[in-house]
Design a binder for this molecule. Sequence first.
Ligand code: NAP
Length: 254
Amino acid sequence: MMRFEGKVIIVTGAGSGIGKAAATLFAGEGGMVALLDLDSKGVEETSNAITHQGGETLPLVYDVIDEQGVSNAVEQILQHYNRIDVLCNNAGIELSKPLVQTEGHEWDRVLAVNLKGMFLLSKHVLPHMISSGGGTVVNTSSISGLLGWPDSSAYCASKGGVIQLTREMAVEYGPHNIRVNCICPGTTVTPMIDRLLGLEEDPEGTALSIRAMHPLGRFAQPEEIARAMLFLASEEASFVTGAVLPVDGGYTAK
Ligand code: NAP
């Protein structure tokens, strides 16, 4: 029996990087995956790749910070699959700027996408999990939610917020048989990191020094992060809730 046979999973940010890898692995284990992303081309590519392997998807193009859109997306998923078992709140954006140069609207956008988006998806999905007897939520934080990283005030604040939101949700919804956990990835080879390295004067030199900060001496592949998401969403983690799991090659162990 595959771990997610008959389960309905929502993955936000499924059009790229870690979300794409998670959606692909969930589908490979029998899950029916609602792919939610702003990027219509990315969603289509993920959907096509999964369908090509015989998997089942529902591609949806929505902005996680648009509450009406989030509500419509959840209704569409329920009309299509009639249930929701797993919510992976994974969509996120970065901003690399010193705090004193960060504009108010840039701060607001990072906090909105990385934190409010999780709140909105959770607000609209949890009532259905409650009425169906339970479910699981996996939120994507970051090593930047655990430690400081220069030029990342909005990002670090948003990811720290994800950790506390996770704990709050675990406590509030545990009695409804809903487990809520989060992962804190280390640096992972995705378009997000390509974009950040592209801003550096010496992208290769910067990449080398960031790799060296991870005791395993390398970046993660998106599938290595996604496998931890699947573990937390699966029955193997049936007594795990409120956990903050670094998946970081040892970065935060130092
Ligand atoms: P990515 O490759 O940029 O993928 C993120 C996806 O989310 C993109 O398809 C993006 O669409 C989408 N998205 C952005 N804003 C959205 C919104 N408002 N509504 C719906 N979708 C939206 O990034 P990633 O590296 O896979 O990151 C996934 C998560 O892991 C993020 O939460 C990130 O903070 C976290 N993380 C990443 C790393 C890393 O090293 N890569 C490390 C720690 C944590 P667009 O392309 O159109 O913006």
